[in-house]
Design a protein around this ligand. Structure first.
Ligand code: IPE
Ligand code: IPE
Ligand code: MG
Length: 255
């Protein structure tokens, strides 16, 4: 059944007032938030101003995902390769979780959002990890939207470490090689207890995955936009979801 998303019903001429099927909302939406630097350059501003404005887009995307009834929103915030950037940019990126949570954690708690993190925590500065840990601890009983930050995340590393963990169990005799199934590998990944992304969004115009959830996106629907991440908001999320709803997912079978 096609309905207009309720809060946009009154703004029938607004671009975001698109038909959205509330019975076919993707459970898990993952976003590669790209283009902060280019957005800033376009305005003649330093890259970090782009990251700061990217934080505002995180808020808009989170609120819109919550209102649409999406269950999991995974946001690619920092890759295992992003350490290659200049130290001052990395330092700024590592200060953003703290800044974001200082501004938004109370509202996230009010909205019943559960904050999570997916990535290699051991290399994060202690202040970054502490901010994430506090948010995770304070929201762990929440039952609403799961807001999952991919922070110091890289798919190759995730898969490698998962396989190594499984190999250790085979070595100690806790597992036999026949126990290694797609199910076991998938559920042993950092995202193991989450459904695979139904919809993967990338902003910023690049058409690549940049080491993001390579296993989990095997059958995700992909949606790209040339808009830079600081320009992303509710209207773009609705547009992506509407496009998702027009796709036929076949998983290799016939429709
Ligand atoms: C995305 O924006 C944020 C991170 C990767 C941390 P970029 O910083 O990659 O912005 P561009 O791609 O250089 O414009
Ligand atoms: C991907 O963006 C990583 C994040 C959005 C965190 P990048 O800007 O790092 O990707 P490449 O270098 O263009 O592939
Ligand atoms: Mg980029």
């Amino acid at each position: 059944m096609i309905k207009l998303f309720k809060s946009w019903r009154k703004k029938a001429n607004a671009p975001e007032a698109m038909a959205t099927d509330l019975d076919n909302i993707p459970k898990h939406v993952a976003i590669i938030m790209d283009g902060n630097g280019r957005w800033a350059r376009k305005l003649g501003l330093p890259r970090i101003v782009g990251h700061r404005n990217g934080m505002k887009a995180v808020k808009r995307a989170t609120m819109a995902a919550d209102e649409l009834g999406i269950s999991v929103l995974t946001l690619y915030a920092f890759s295992t390769e992003n350490w290659k950037r200049p130290k001052e940019e990395v330092d700024y990126l590592m200060s953003l979780p703290q800044e974001f949570l200082a501004l938004e954690l109370e509202e996230l708690i009010e909205k019943n959002v559960q904050v999570r993190m997916m990535g290699h925590t051991d290399e994060l500065p202690s202040h970054t990890f502490a901010a994430m840990e506090e948010a995770m601890e304070r929201t762990k009983q929440n039952t609403g939207l799961i807001l999952n930050f991919a922070l110091n995340y890289g798919s190759h590393r995730e898969i490698t470490e998962t396989v190594r963990g499984i190999a250790e169990k085979v070595k100690t005799g806790d597992l036999s090689p026949e126990d290694i199934t797609e199910q076991l590998l998938g559920s042993s990944l950092l995202s193991g207890d989450l459904p695979d992304p139904d919809l993967l969004i990338r902003t910023g115009g690049e058409l690549r995955l940049s080491n993001f959830m390579l296993w989990q996106t095997a059958y995700s629907e992909l949606w790209f936009t040339d808009l830079y991440w600081p320009e992303f908001g509710r209207a773009q999320l609705v547009e992506a979801v509407s496009e998702y709803q027009r796709r036929t997912r076949r998983y290799g079978g016939l429709s």
